[in-house]
Design a protein. Sequence first.
Length: 214
Amino acid sequence: MSLPPRLIEGYEAFRSGRLPAEQDRYRDLAERGQSPEIMVIGCCDSRVSPEVIFDARPGELFVVRNVANLVPPYAPDGAYHGVSAALEFAVGALRVKHIVVLGHAQCGGVRAFAEGSAPLSPGDFIGKWMSLITPAVERLGERGNSPDYLTRLEQASIVSALDNLMTFPRLRKLIERGHVKLHGAYFGVATGELSVFDPQSGRFVPVGNGAVRT
Ligand SMILES: [Zn+2]
């Protein structure tokens, strides 16, 4: 059984290009272990790769990705919690200093939930998972004819994920003591523009000079 040809090609390119350039770093990381200072919680969406957007080198970002970059609230109920486990490891063992929730434009999970479209149904895993976005939907109120509703929902969902992070007792303590900082970010897939949540104004503000030159 072989990997898809695209992956074999990609690996060959990595082996002859990036690997020699990063070999010492990989060896060092293997010896000393990883110590990333930044955790990113992102979407599974293939267009929104945190390592690409932030031009990250091996060992720099601790990334967990899930459908629509959601964070479930703290719930020590014995169920399987992938995001919470990653969070526990990042905070407790790696002692990351920053946690970034990275949302994005044209999020299929957010749109499917907002429009009740396929493949969502009550029996699907994705339906249950996406119900985590309900507080953000309620916060926005009626959709009406708002043309930018999905953008606002994608961004409100990031804020909701930040709120849920505060429900993890150990993390909350670290945040209150200033040891960990939370950030919300939003990536415009078409433009490549990145905006960051400003808690003071409640708005997402473009990083750098705003519009990306193309
Ligand atoms: Zn998405």
